[in-house]
Design a protein. Structure first.
Length: 131
């Protein structure tokens, strides 16, 4: 056997290893991740990302000794990445909201009391309609 024929065999072996581990342990893996994240949908997502990563990594490096532990660790790292992205996004939204609130007060923008959907503009104390 040479490197050209070993590659597909190794990839197939890795795929079978991932498939076997997932078939036997998927419920336990997702349950552990759901407890860790507090979000079942996120747990399923990061578990699937870990399986996809396993297909690549295990084809290259071989299956790890503790395959379930590897999948859990990889999925937890993915969940931490999601938590960080959400936190950064929430901070940016909060900063934007503060900026908008400060901008309205400093620019002298007034919000019309009538929010009925009319197409009027407010200038001083009179309202003009574009109807």
């Amino acid at each position: 056997m040479d490197a050209a024929t070993d590659g597909p065999l190794i990839a197939e072996s890795a795929r079978r290893a991932v498939e076997a581990v997932w078939r036997i342990e998927s419920a336990r893996i997702v349950a552990a991740l759901a407890r860790y994240t507090g979000d079942f949908a996120l747990a399923e997502d990061v578990a699937q990302e870990a399986v996809a990563e396993a297909l690549v990594s295990w084809s290259r490096d071989g299956a790890p000794r503790d395959a379930v532990g590897w999948l859990l660790a990889t999925a937890r790292r993915r969940a931490i990445d999601v938590f960080r992205r959400r936190s950064a996004r929430d901070e940016r939204y909060a900063m934007l909201a503060r900026g908008l609130g400060e901008g309205e007060h400093s620019a002298g923008v007034t919000v019309p009391a009538d929010r009925s959907g009319s197409c009027g503009t407010r200038t001083g104390s009179t309202t003009t309609s574009s109807r």
